[in-house]
Every structure is written in structure tokens, then in C-alpha cells.
Ligand binder design. Structure first.
Ligand SMILES: Cc1cc2nc3c(=O)[nH]c(=O)nc-3n(C[C@H](O)[C@H](O)[C@H](O)COP(=O)(O)OP(=O)(O)OC[C@H]3O[C@@H](n4cnc5c(N)ncnc54)[C@H](O)[C@@H]3O)c2cc1C
Length: 526
């Protein structure tokens, strides 16, 4: 009986979705038209030069890469392997110790394989991750990544970010055509609207300039250099508080754990054979003070009672250990000013809420797209052709990057607690929908994992969850109040997802082939 009931709901959900989809297409058409007119207006935002330079530019390298984090170091490897001379300038070459970029989704691992960098997750005690476990109000459900059709090696990886970054850097530095130098880039050198290189300060304090036909800025989420290359609209919806739990067994081995807590989600995942990363989300930009003990008190009194009982003691021990770090969670849609001679990559270019651990996957996917484009262009001094390729890159990356970005923003809102009845229902519907298994869990998790990040599949599952939530409310005894809540679930779902997709750029996300830059791929040069 229970099964028939569930399937009845699902059938209703699918039929409802077809109707919603038709309406959605109409709405999309209007929004696409609006985003088109916004695209046309982007030129007026172009900024004035950062630094004027007179005379000829002697080119030291084919490409300058600013920053050797995940994006910069992977990019340097990739371009150098294609024969480019790459000059990487990194502010601090010592091993980073951060709470970011510690779970690489399987889709990101596939990109590492495409780039020939999969060995960089070896010898760092990285842990395989096969899916997620979700916890809500004492209930739990397991969601596996759909990995059946991939090689047995393909899975997520949890690791220390610094160890992974050092492996990428070492690998890049071992290539004869890479020059990896410690230094801080202070400005971009511009001449007649074209970026010709960078000005930087070496470790010894010397001010130097470096020139190349292409400068790729990968200076991360706090980027100082992005301002002249894009229109940065940074939002900080929340902060993560990071702890490390030692020698603790997670309830679901080799899985990420997401607790749908109040006020917002708590994450756990393995980062080595004896360490588990815990990230506690705190909405807003202010967190309790660590120094005066407010943070420890908050973690023990508000957070600890909500976490799975199996890891309660390890969590409290980690709080008592005192190694607590915080980091703002930023999101920023990509809004580049196409600039000859320069490109942004990684978090400098585009950010999303880290709830879904999508940042490294987007960065690696972008690198694959750029590498494939630039392979057609042997001479980077061919400025018009290079410019066309860079504009193509902005369009070609959109379907994958925007799907991962939109999912992260939408899921963060759905997974956070809310006093609003419709939002509460949506949150419960999401948990129950994912618990159904089959396509209802594999579809959404294939988006999240980067294994199949497609915009239409995202919209389909998002509204299927909403319609499932409406069905749960209306059956078996609909009432006017329940109809009202049902309607509010749909409007609330639309209110969550459409603004994020609009900011991502609906036209490039859903119809990239209608954007002229999609076809800007100059014929191969000699
Ligand atoms: C709390 C949190 C948790 C996250 N968790 C995950 C996760 O689990 N999985 C995931 O995929 N993503 C995660 N992310 C996102 C992920 O960390 C980023 O997408 C990824 O690190 C971006 O790499 P990047 O190379 O662009 O930036 P970074 O890794 O930050 O590298 C930037 C580099 O540039 C250098 N630099 C900066 N300025 C200069 C300068 N002026 N000159 C020279 N060098 C400079 C820095 O020293 C640094 O090495 C998380 C983000 C946050 C905030």
C-alpha cells in the first residue's frame, strides 16, 4: 500500500511537472530576452586600465599564471604539458593549512583524469568517498554516487587541501617549461586595453614585471586583481566553522554526512585515515568569538545536540581541543569583462556556496574547456584569435558551471531551517524525495557530484521535489489551507531557483548555442 501511495504521488508529481515545465518555458523565454538585453549592456561596465605601459613588451613566457592554488597549479600543469612556457607567481609556496577544498567530487576526479593529474590525490592519505548520508530529525538516509558505469578508481576524494595543492605544485615545478616563483602580484600591466603582463614583488621584496600574451588570474576568493577583469558581485550568505574530529568512525564509512540542522546544515567527511572534517554553517557574516569562548559554547550547546550520536564525543573533544577555524562562504556569479590578454579562473572568477563541495570541480572543468580551446591556437600572440577563444570559453563553461553553482545556492536555502511553513515542507519533501532511492536520489546526486551536471535535469528534480511536497500536503485530505501551503511551496521553489539561474545567465546556461561567442573558434593557426 505504502508503495502504491508513493508511486501515485510520483505520477502526480511528473504530470504536474509537465504543466509547470510548459509554463516554465514561457517564463524562461521572457527571462532569456531580458538577459539578452542585459548582456548587451555589459560593455558599458568595462573598466579603465590598471597600469599604463609605454613601449614594446618583451614576452618572457607564453602564459603568466597568478596564484598556485588548486586552479592555478592545475592550469600550469595543463598548459605546460601542451608545450606552453608558463610563469607561475604564487604568494606563498609553503603548504596551505585551510578548511577549504577538502572534498573533491567524483566529477572533479574525472576532470583530474582528463588533465592527467589523478596521481596528485595519491600519497596524501586521501580517502575515497562513495556518496552521502543525510540526517534529519533523528532519521537518516544513504545516497550513493551513481558510479556503476565508471572505472573502479572513480569516486570522490577527501584530503587535506594543502597536501593536494603541494602535489599539484610539485608536479608543475617538475616540468622544464614551468617557472614557479614565490611573489605577490600587485597589478596587471595594460596597454591600449590589452593585458600585457603583471607587476609583482618577489620574496626578497624586489619589484619586477613579467610579460606574456596571456595572463590567467587565479588568486582565489579574496582576489585583489579581479576588479579590472569582471564585475564582482560577492554575496556572503554564511560562514563555515571548521573542526577536525580525530580517530572517529563516521556512521557511514567513506561517505559525506549532511545534517539538516537548525539553523543550517552541518557537514562531516573524511580527510585522512584518522581525521574527519566537520564544517558547521552559521548564517550571516558574524560568528561567535573564538577567543572569548562564545564559539565553543555555541558548538556545545546548539550544534552538538543535533549531530549523530556516534560522533557526539569526538565532536565535543574537537571543540575542547580548540583548533577552530572559520571561513566566509562566498558566492559570486561569473561576470567577466572580456579583456584581450587576460582571463580569470577558479574562485577569482566564480564562486558558489561550498555546501555541495563543487568549487574544485568547476575550476577543473573550466581548465579542461580552456585547454581544449587553446589547443587550436599554437600562437598566443595572435590577439584577435585568442580573444575569440576566451569569449567562447565564457559561454562553453556555462552549462556545467552554472548547474553546479545553482544547485549549491538552491540546496543551501532548502536545507536551512526556516519558520515559514512552505519552506519547512520543502525541506522535508527534499529529504523524503532523496530517501526514495532510484532515480530520485541518483538524479540529484549525479548533479551534485559533477557526474552529470545538466541544467534541465536540475530544473526537473528541483520542481519534482516541490510537486512531491505539494502531493504530500494535499493527500489524503486536501483542505483550502493545504492548497494554500501547496501553492506557496511552488512559489517558494521558484523564488529560490530562478533568481540564482538568472544571475548565472539563463541564456548561456540553457541555450549556449544561441550565443554568438559559442561559435567564436578561430581556424587552427600554424
Ligand atoms: C569553507 C569552504 C569550504 C570549501 N570546501 C570545498 C570542498 O570541499 N570541495 C570543493 O571542491 N570546493 C570547496 N570549496 C571551494 C574551493 O576551496 C575553491 O573553489 C578552490 O580552492 C578554488 O581554487 P583557487 O585556485 O581558485 O583558489 P585558492 O585555492 O584559494 O588559491 C589561490 C592562490 O592564489 C594565491 N594568491 C592570492 N593572491 C595572490 C597574489 N596577489 N599574487 C600571487 N599569488 C596570490 C594564494 O596564495 C593561493 O595559493 C570550499 C570553499 C570554502 C570557503
Amino acid at each position: 500500500m505504502a508503495d502504491q501511495y508513493t508511486w501515485g504521488l510520483i505520477l502526480g508529481a511528473v504530470l504536474g511537472l509537465v504543466a509547470v515545465y510548459n509554463l516554465g518555458l514561457l517564463a524562461l523565454y521572457n527571462l532569456v530576452m531580458r538577459s539578452k538585453s542585459e548582456d548587451n549592456g555589459a560593455d558599458s561596465l568595462r573598466k579603465t586600465p590598471t597600469t599604463a605601459l609605454n613601449g614594446e613588451c618583451p614576452f618572457d613566457a607564453d602564459v603568466i599564471v597568478v596564484g598556485a592554488g588548486v586552479a592555478g597549479a592545475a592550469l600550469a600543469n595543463t598548459l605546460a604539458k601542451d608545450g606552453r612556457r608558463v610563469h607561475v607567481i604564487e604568494r606563498d609556496l609553503s603548504e596551505p593549512d585551510r578548511i577549504v577544498g577538502e572534498l573533491l567530487q567524483p566529477g572533479g576526479y574525472l576532470k583530474l583524469i582528463e588533465l592527467g593529474l589523478e596521481d596528485c590525490v595519491e600519497q596524501i592519505d586521501a580517502q575515497r568517498v562513495f556518496g552521502y548520508a543525510l540526517f534529519k530529525d533523528g532519521n537518516r538516509t544513504q545516497i550513493s554516487y551513481p558510479l556503476e558505469k565508471f572505472h573502479s578508481d572513480v569516486a570522490g576524494r577527501g584530503f587535506h587541501n594543502g597536501r593536494f595543492v603541494q602535489r599539484l605544485r610539485e608536479k608543475a615545478a617538475s616540468l622544464p617549461n614551468v617557472r614557479l616563483e614565490q611573489g605577490t602580484v600587485t597589478s596587471l600591466l595594460e596597454e591600449k586595453g590589452t593585458i600585457k603582463g603583471v607587476q609583482y614583488k618577489t620574496k626578497a621584496g624586489e619589484e619586477l614585471t613579467a610579460y606574456a600574451p596571456l595572463t590567467i588570474v587565479c588568486d582565489g576568493c579574496f582576489s585583489n586583481l579581479r576588479r579590472s577583469l569582471c564585475n564582482p558581485k560577492v554575496d556572503v550568505p554564511s560562514c563555515f566553522v571548521g573542526l577536525v574530529l580525530e580517530n572517529c568512525n563516521l556512521p557511514f564509512e567513506n561517505h559525506g554526512h549532511v545534517v539538516l540542522a537548525d539553523p543550517s546544515p552541518i557537514l562531516f567527511y573524511p580527510i585522512s585515515s584518522n581525521e574527519v572534517r566537520c564544517l558547521v554553517d552559521i548564517p550571516g557574516q558574524k560568528v561567535p568569538s573564538i577567543s572569548n569562548g562564545e564559539m565553543a559554547n555555541y558548538l556545545k550547546t546548539v550544534v552538538a545536540p543535533q549531530i549523530p550520536r556516534e560522533i557526539f564525543h569526538s565532536f565535543v573533544a574537537a571543540v575542547d581541543g580548540g583548533n577552530i577555524k572559520t571561513m566566509p562562504n562566498r558566492s559570486m556569479p561569473a561576470a567577466p569583462y572580456p579583456t584581450p590578454g587576460a582571463l580569470l579562473m577558479g574562485d577569482a572568477f566564480n564562486m558558489r556556496h561550498p555546501l555541495t563541495g563543487g568549487g574544485m570541480t568547476v575550476a577543473l572543468s573550466d581548465i579542461v574547456i580552456l585547454r581544449n580551446l587553446l589547443r587550436h591556437l599554437s600562437n598566443l600572440n595572435d590577439a584577435p584569435a585568442l580573444c575569440n577563444y576566451l569569449e567562447s570559453f565564457y559561454t562553453l563553461r556555462k552549462p556545467v558551471a552554472s548547474t553546479i553553482n545553482t544547485l549549491a545556492g538552491a540546496l543551501y536555502q532548502v536545507f536551512s531551517a526556516s519558520p515559514d511553513e512552505a519552506r519547512k515542507e520543502m525541506r522535508q519533501a527534499c529529504f523524503d524525495y532523496l530517501s526514495l532511492g532510484g532515480i530520485f536520489s541518483s538524479g540529484p546526486v549525479s548533479l551534485l557530484s559533477g557526474l552529470n551536471p545538466r541544467p534541465l535535469i536540475l530544473v526537473f528534480h528541483f520542481f519534482a521535489v516541490a510537486i512531491y511536497g505539494v502531493g504530500r500536503i494535499l493527500l489524503p485530505f486536501p483542505s483550502p489551507y493545504r492548497f494554500w501551503i501547496g501553492a506557496r511551496i511552488i512559489t517558494s521553489a521558484s523564488g529560490i531557483i530562478f533568481p540564482i539561474m538568472k544571475a548565472e545567465g539563463l541564456r548561456q546556461m540553457f541555450f549556449p548555442a544561441t550565443v554568438p561567442a559559442y561559435y567564436y573558434q578561430a581556424p587552427p593557426s600554424n
